[in-house]
Ligand binder design. Sequence first.
Ligand code: SAM
Length: 391
Amino acid sequence: MYIAMLGRQPAISMAELERTFEDVRWFSHDTALINTDSLDIEQLGGTIKAGHVVLDLHNSDWRKSSMELVKTYYAKWSSVSGKITLGISTYGFTISPRDVQRTGLILKSQLKTRGVSLRLVPNEQTALGTATSHHNKLGLSPNKVELIVVRGHGGRVIVAESTGSQNITSLARRDQGRPARDAFVGMLPPKLAQIMINLAQPQLLKTDDYTPTLLDPFCGTGVVLQEAALMGIRPYGTDISEKMVRYSRENIEWLQEKFSTHTAYTIHEADAMSAVWQQPIDAVVCETYLGQPFSAPPSPEKLEQVVGNCNHIISTFLKNIGTQLRQGTILCIAIPAWNDGNEHFTHLPLIKNLGHLGYTQTEFENIHAKDLLYYRPDQIVAREIVVLIKK
Ligand SMILES: C[S@@+](CC[C@H](N)C(=O)[O-])C[C@H]1O[C@@H](n2cnc3c(N)ncnc32)[C@H](O)[C@@H]1O
């Protein structure tokens, strides 16, 4: 059993987990329990930390949980040789960072009586930040441990040993480190691209005899293509802009070299409203045209114009590609939705017309499909993530 700490928008992270594992459920509003024997955090874009469950305490509070933790790890480590580095992260308790630190110090002094040396990572907050966990390499070797203590619904407490945090160094490199970037186009964050590819499973599962192909018909600077290549999937990108095609090629060449991936790829110019793509296409993952960027909510007239334009381009694309996909093909697309500044969103009309366009929108067990909106609070243009199946 694993517990996962979900990202800033837990519903999106939960959707990804549901598509990746068979048995997933909420533990608290931003953590999930996963019934699995193994979990590789590098394969997930929406989980910021994960750990395998060591203790499952019913009806517990911080005092009881802390005592159990000390008892368990004193027994476990009292004859360990070599120094242990320990970080403790708690979620869902009303306690201070000092309370967390105190538990670590009690364990440290008890272990000292047995000649075991423990370095405690200081708690500035009740939970260590991803950067602290990642830079201390917590969870990545037997002597560098992060204990995750989470209080969930109904007072149930889970203590888990972290198996690693999101690799922020690699994510930043895949984002800011790329040679060809274009802020105006609005590049997708690599972790969102990873989530979207995982949402298009199972068609993208690689086997020994088959490398699946992922098509991104609005590839821009190629973030989805890069993440696909890293996952061993063959990237196929097209874009209406010659410049973007060049950028995607440059970025994928850079990635192949820096990350030693050698997947064959195809990138060419094409208008998604009329393109005839090469086969096979095993899944489609893209961030479509999002209209122009806005720094403040647009006037109603302007909004109507942008909504109309985006709706036309994206519906025409969906109709065109529908004739070229096998029944059952999954599409995970990010389309625009506009925030009025008060978290009321204007959605594209096509959302209500997916059946007529030839698609079924997939449902999730733990979330509502409409919760898959990715945005920062100050952003006007949100990305609405829609997972479709070709009828
Ligand atoms: C929001 S950007 C995608 C950005 C991309 N995900 C990235 O990470 O760089 C949308 C892209 O759609 C392209 N585009 C706009 N209309 C198009 C069309 N009719 N057919 C194909 N591409 C189009 C634009 O050139 C732009 O690169």
